[in-house]
Design a protein around this ligand. Structure first.
Ligand code: NAP
Length: 266
C-alpha cells in the first residue's frame, strides 16, 4: 500500500531511539522527509545516518540536537538549516516520560516538569504547525502518549496526570475547524515496547524486588496476552499508517498498541 506521503515533511521528537526512532524510520521508508530531534547529538547523528542509508533516494533526513521540551529547543528545530521552518505536514510529538515514584514525594517542580514535557510541549508543537497544515489542506499529528492514559499505573502518577491533560486538550482540538481542512490529530498509546526506557523500568523493578532482571522481564512479558513486548518497528508502522492519506477519517482517537493487555471491552 502506498501511504501517499512521499515528499511530505515530518517532525519526530525523541527520535534517536525507541518509539520515536521507529516512527522516523517508518515515515522515511515511505518517502517522507524527516526532521529527527533528540538531546544527545552523537546517538542522534548515528540514528539519522541509519535512516538515511535505508531510505528511498531523495528522502531528506535532518538531525537537530535539541531539548524539545524547552522553548529554545523548539526555536532551534524551527530554525534548523534544511528543515521546513514550521511548515510540517506531519508532527509526531514525543519526549522522555516522567520518572516513576510515590506522589507524596513529588513537589510542585516535579509536576511542572511533567506537565511541561508531556502536555505543554505537544500543545506548543501543535500550536506552531496546525494552522499551516490546515491552510495547505493536509496535516497529521500523532502524539505518543501511553496506555497509562486508559489504564493508569500507580507509580507513574506524573505520566497518568500530565498525559491525561494532553488527551483532553487533543479531544477538543481534533473536533474543531481543522477537521474539515484535512488535518487529523490522534494519540498513539504504547503498552510495553522493547526500548531502553522499558529496560530501565525493568531494571528498577528488579532492583526494588531483589529478583533477577531476566525474571522480571519474563514475568512482564507473560502478563501481555501476546506473550511478548512490542517492537519499535511495528509501532512506527502504525504511526506511519495514521499519517497516511488513507487515515484521513481517523481523528481524535486514542489508539492502543499493547498486545491486548488492556483488559476492558472498549
Ligand atoms: P527511549 O527508548 O528512552 O527513547 C526516548 C527518546 O527520546 C530518545 O531518543 C531520547 O534521546 C529522546 N528524548 C528524551 N527526552 C527528550 C527531550 N527532552 N527532548 C528531545 N528528545 C528527548 O523511550 P521510548 O520507550 O521510546 O519512549 C518514548 C515515549 O513513550 C516516552 O514518553 C515513554 O514514557 C512513552 N512510553 C513508552 C513505553 C514503552 O514501553 N517503551 C510505554 C508507554 C509509554 P535523548 O535522551 O538523547 O534526548
Amino acid at each position: 500500500m502506498d501511504l501517499g506521503i512521499k515528499g511530505k515533511w515530518a517532525l519526530v521528537g525523541g527520535a534517536s531511539k525507541g518509539l520515536g526512532f521507529g516512527c522516523a524510520s517508518a515515515l522515511a521508508a515511505e518517502g517522507a522527509n524527516v526532521v529527527m530531534v533528540a538531546r544527545g547529538a552523537e546517538v542522534l547523528a548515528a540514528a539519522a545516518a541509519r535512516i538515511r542509508a535505508d531510505a528511498p533516494a531523495g528522502v531528506q533526513v535532518v538531525a537537530v540536537a535539541a531539548d524539545i521540551t524547552r522553548p529554545e529547543g523548539r526555536a532551534a528545530i524551527f530554525a534548523a538549516p534544511g528543515a521546513p521552518g514550521t511548515d510540517f505536514d506531519i508532527v509526531i510529538t514525543n519526549a522522555g516520560g516522567p520518572p516513576p515514584g510515590d506522589f507524596r514525594a513529588w513537589d510542585r517542580q516535579a509536576w511542572i516538569d511533567a506537565v511541561d514535557a508531556n502536555m505543554l510541549t505537544p500543545i506548543e508543537l501543535i500550536k506552531a504547525t496546525i494552522d499551516g497544515m490546515a491552510a495547505r489542506g493536509f496535516g497529521r499529528i500523532v502524539n505518543i502518549t501511553s496506555s497509562a492514559v486508559k489504564a493508569p499505573i500507580d507509580v507513574l502518577g506524573l505520566s497518568n496526570g500530565a498525559r491525561s491533560g494532553l488527551t483532553g486538550f487533543v479531544a477538543g482540538v481534533a473536533r474543531s475547524g481543522i477537521a474539515a481542512r484535512g488535518v487529523t490529530i490522534n494519540n498513539l498509546l504504547p503498552g510495553k515496547f522493547d526500548t531502553d526506557r522499558l529496560q530501565s523500568t525493568i531494571e528498577a523493578a528488579a532492583h526494588g524486588s531483589g529478583a533477577p532482571v531476566a525474571q522480571v522481564r519474563a514475568e512482564q512479558q507473560a502478563r501481555v496476552p501476546a506473550k511478548r513486548f512490542g517492537q519499535p518497528g511495528e509501532f512506527g508502522a502504525i504511526c506511519a499508517f495514521l499519517c497516511s492519506v488513507h487515515a484521513g477519517y481517523i481523528n481524535g482517537q486514542n489508539i492502543l498498541a499493547d498486545g491486548g493487555q488492556y483488559p476492558g471491552t472498549f
